[in-house]
Design a protein around this ligand. Structure first.
Ligand code: NIG
Ligand code: FE
Length: 412
């Protein structure tokens, strides 16, 4: 849960403070500015001063020990609440089974649905809490979590309540998304439209009334939900006052990115197979492309065309897609490495993608930049340059995490 207020704090002796630059980011060309020998003042949770040289006197001081400071990270796409891992599916995929074939045979997402339905809300919340702790130690202070392994009224509400209660116990600001349209449950196997009409659309209103989610999402993919059904889900979400996200063109180019543009969604996510014309429409409609290279890595699929998107003016954010199937990677810095090494993004673009761009896609415009007026959400890195985050996959560089001026993690 987000702490609105903390004591004043001076962070001094920062070797290099690196942050995306607000104005440049707004016009789509992410740039990082670095201040050497820096300090930062946080008052009432908000940054009031960034400077270099001798710092002002503030009662509460934190010596950064010459470390690098960057804005805390935001993970805008996770499926982090679930019961049961799927290691047997991993082993089958290594032997040649396809992700969608496993799903079509009742495994994959549907096997997580069975174990999640059987789990108590408390158990789901405890599992999520442990994963949020893992994310926090990697520098994440804002994180989206989707439902979507319940696929019936009771189990979807149970998941969303588990997200809420885990979020209340965590220093991470948890943003909840209703993904009832994640797969077609066994009970409706030949009738996806019936599932949407009977279960998903009525639930959208309940979820909004109960204030259990800020966003609605849909997995728009051949064999799951087609464009027409995705359109219905998203329009119902908008009528209920929710923000809109979409799993679009992940495995096949169905046109989900174009739908996202037509409905002016907050984000379209995955986009491994998205067509040029749909991507350009997304740019014009100001829909953020949330790219998830961990999933392409795990499934052995071609990566989303981040370079092309950025060169054509799209705003790109990055997330983990952390889930027990297609991407069991919880480490946002491994995602940063993949973005550089496999999608030809620059370290500057990647830093903006996991901070300001990701936060804005979740409506959190108050964070993601280290400058006056933004939240004092800071990560200190044991590194000489922020690009070590991308350069050294597998290294754990996060030393301290500061949320609104309060230190919430420090490596032992
Ligand atoms: O984003 N694409 C659909 N949903 C998830 C996978 C979830 C799972 O495999 O359990 C994804 O990749
Ligand atoms: Fe996903």
């Amino acid at each position: 849960m987000l702490q609105a207020y903390s004591a004043d704090l001076l962070i001094h002796n920062i070797g290099a403070l690196s942050t995306p630059v607000a104005d440049e980011t707004e016009c789509g060309v992410p740039q990082v500015e670095t201040v050497n020998d820096a300090y930062l003042v946080i008052v009432d949770g908000v940054i009031t001063e960034v400077g270099s040289g001798s710092p002002p006197a503030v009662g509460n001081a934190l010596d950064a020990g010459g470390r690098v400071a960057v804005p805390a990270f935001c993970d805008p796409h996770t499926h982090a609440v679930f019961a049961g891992w799927r290691c047997e599916e991993f082993i089958s995929r290594l032997q040649g089974a396809g992700y969608k074939d496993i799903l079509a045979a009742g495994g994959g997402i549907l096997s997580t649905v069975r174990s999640t339905r059987a789990a108590a809300q408390k158990e789901l919340a405890a599992g999520l809490q442990g994963r949020l702790d893992e994310m926090l130690s990697r520098g994440v202070l804002t994180c989206e979590v989707k439902s979507g392994y319940g696929l019936d009224v009771e189990s979807e509400l149970k998941m969303l309540r588990a997200i809420r209660s885990a979020g209340e116990q965590s220093d991470i600001d948890v943003v909840s998304t209703f993904l009832g349209a994640h797969a077609v449950p066994d009970e409706y196997q030949d009738d996806p439209a019936g599932y949407i009409d009977d279960v998903v659309i009525p639930l959208i209103d309940d979820v909004a009334d109960l204030d259990l989610a800020e966003y609605v999402d849909v997995f728009c993919e051949p064999g799951v939900f087609d464009l027409q059904l995705a359109d219905r889900v998203l329009r119902a979400g908008r009528r209920a006052g929710l923000g809109l996200r979409i799993h679009a063109d992940e495995m096949e180019a169905l046109g989900g990115a174009g739908l996202a543009a037509k409905l002016q969604c907050d984000s379209a996510e995955h986009l491994l197979s998205a067509r040029d014309d749909d991507l350009l429409r997304m740019r014009d409609a100001k829909v953020t492309a949330v790219l998830l290279p961990g999933t392409a890595f795990v499934l052995g699929e071609p990566y989303a065309r981040a370079r092309w998107m950025i060169d054509h003016g799209l705003t790109v954010a990055l997330g983990t897609d952390f889930n027990p199937g297609s991407c069991p990677i919880i480490d946002i810095s491994l995602i940063m490495s993949l973005a550089c090494l496999k999608m030809q993004m620059t370290p500057d673009e990647v830093l903006a993608a996991v901070t300001i761009n990701a936060a804005r896609s979740l409506g959190r415009d108050d964070r993601g930049i280290l400058a006056s007026g933004f939240r004092g959400d800071v990560v200190l890195l044991d590194a000489e340059h922020f690009a070590h985050l991308m350069y050294r996959p597998g290294a754990s560089l996060v030393h301290s995490v500061i949320s609104g001026g309060r230190q919430v993690y420090c490596r032992k």
